[in-house]
Design a protein around this ligand. Structure first.
Ligand code: AHR
Length: 528
């Protein structure tokens, strides 16, 4: 006993000493912003979501059915709707993903009791009663106040099937399909803001070559029309082609080269890009809970590759489309970790930690810096799947750290990018070097300047001084998201472990002065 006590005391003191030194040793960074310099608009669609028919993403996550004891409106969970409304979700991509290329829309319309049971072969072979179909999706969008991004079946469907689906959803004239929609409860045309023509057609969407896909794209782009009278002018539906899923540029070359000489018979408005953060490669193996700073550093290093990926594809697009008419649409991105133990591995269930929140902010900042070309993005996925906003278990719901990042970033939707100059410094973790800080700024329509700062360093706070030119700042207020550990998570039992807290930022002679805590995401509003 004595021996133990003697060893124990100095260890405690050493630990205390180390943490006191670490706490005291804040790093410093100087940022400068000229608020009069304006870049591209950060399109609000960059904050889009993805809700595939996968695991408990739709069933239980959104849809519980009208007879459920879980409070709902026409079968759609009220708690989920309230949480998502706060994010001002601009668009939701549905029904896939890989599932999109096996979805046949007719099975999901008409009286629920008469809809056939089908297999979800993409995701675990589970039985789908098709109770969540077109009308339920559109009702969900209307309840959360969002736009439809419908991904049509190119892999196992036909252009005729897709054309009929669009006519069913959008026709105002009294066609047989429009009348069927009315008989199913919706006389008015639905709006479809975005049309995804296939999904990963180089892989699960049919394993096509770029040339073969291009031939399909031309057909679908021509025949699949939006007949909604309110979507014929500037508000028209945007068509998005399948793009690359690896940094290789061959696919982008093929599509963009053809697009450069396209005639009236086909067109696209966007090219998609899928890229997940999978630090150890496929199959995903990083734990989503119970990890340390080594995994944290590796994951963030890996996610920063998004910038290089975008640059490579943009260089090709710029060659064929220097006016940047075709948007780059990152319609699947996020952290893909190992599935949680005791869950169906095909359901892609993972926890969501402070690390994922920081990863989200880094990617959103990258998209903002590429705002002239990246005009839409969809994090994968909305509820219960991969890097989710929300997790549910039956009637329980918890908001994830990533949810809070999206909430903090709402003011950046449609704001004008303003460049921030700063020396990021370096945080070193083993053999990995990362920028210590990241920052992004934008000006909203009311003239307010919004500044985001991510401190990647998990140990050291950073004392910042921010020089602001081109604007007289009268007030500054903000919120910071951090938690005790890089793997801190929100759970049903402890839902508020990682939530943003208000912070004070001081203005001293036109300079903003604040300290950002280790491993944190901060958003500050600066009002004139
Ligand atoms: O988001 C999960 C899956 O990842 C999607 O269905 C597919 O498009 C991608 O490979």
């Amino acid at each position: 006993m004595e021996f133990r006590a003697v060893r124990f005391v100095p260890r405690i003191s050493l630990l205390l000493l180390v943490s006191i030194v670490a706490l005291a040793a804040a790093e410093t960074a100087h940022l400068s912003i000229d608020a009069s310099k304006a870049g591209a608009k950060i399109n609000r669609n960059v904050f889009g979501q993805f809700a595939e028919n996968l695991g408990h993403g739709l069933y239980e996550g959104i849809w519980v059915g009208p007879g459920s004891p879980i409070p709902n409106t026409r079968g759609i969970r009220n708690d989920i709707v309230a949480a998502l409304r706060a994010l001002q979700v601009p668009n939701v991509r549905w029904p896939g993903g890989c599932f999109g290329d096996e979805y046949h829309w007719r099975k999901g319309v008409g009286p629920a009791a008469q809809r056939p049971a089908t297999l979800n072969s993409s995701w675990g072979g589970v039985v789908d009663d098709n109770s969540f179909g077109t009308h339920e999706f559109m009702d969900f969008l209307q309840q959360i106040g969002s736009q439809a991004y419908v991904s049509i079946n190119v892999g196992s469907g036909s252009s005729q099937e897709a054309a009929e689906w669009l006519e069913y959803m959008t026709a105002a004239k009294p066609t047989a399909l429009a009348k069927e929609r009315a008989a199913n409860g919706h006389p008015e045309s639905y709006a479809v803001g975005f049309l995804g023509i296939g999904n990963e057609s180089w892989g699960c969407g049919g394993n096509m070559t770029a040339e073969y896909y291009l031939s399909q794209l031309k057909i679908y782009s021509h025949f699949v029309r939006n007949d909604n009278p309110s979507q014929q002018g500037p508000n028209q539906m945007l068509k998005i082609a399948v793009g690359p899923g690896t940094p290789d540029t061959e696919w982008t070359e093929t599509i963009m080269k053809a697009w450069q000489h396209h005639d009236w018979s086909w067109n696209i408005d966007g090219l998609s890009l899928h890229w997940y953060t999978v630090p150890n490669g496929w199959p995903p193996s990083t734990p989503s809970t119970g990890f340390g700073v080594a995994d944290y550093g590796k994951t963030l290093k890996s996610t920063l590759f998004m910038n290089d990926f975008l640059r490579k594809q943009e260089a090709v697009m710029d060659r064929y489309d220097p006016q940047k008419k075709v948007a780059l649409v990152v319609d699947e991105w996020g952290a893909w970790h190992a599935a949680l133990r005791d869950t169906n591995p095909a359901f892609l269930v993972q926890q969501n930690s402070l690390r994922d929140a920081i990863l989200a902010s880094l990617n959103l900042n990258i998209f903002a810096r590429h705002a002239d070309r990246v005009r839409m993005a969809n994090i994968a996925q909305m509820i219960n799947v991969l890097q989710a906003m929300i997790l549910t278990n039956q009637e329980k719901m918890v908001l994830t750290p990533t949810y809070y990042v999206y909430k903090m970033y709402v003011p950046f939707q449609d704001a004008t990018f303003v460049p921030v100059a700063f020396d990021a410094g370096t945080y070193t973790q083993g053999s990995i070097s990362l920028p210590r800080v990241d920052a992004m700024a934008a000006r909203d329509a009311s003239g307010k300047l919004w500044l985001e700062i991510t401190n990647l360093d998990p140990e050291k706070p950073v004392d910042l001084d921010v020089e602001i030119a081109g604007m007289m700042v009268k007030s500054a207020k903000g919120e910071m998201l951090t938690a005790p550990a890089v793997d801190s998570v929100n759970t049903f039992a402890a839902p508020s472990a990682v939530v943003p807290k208000p912070i004070t930022a001081n203005l001293k002679g036109g300079m903003l002065v604040l300290t950002v805590e280790p491993k944190s995401v901060t958003v500050i509003s600066l009002a004139p």
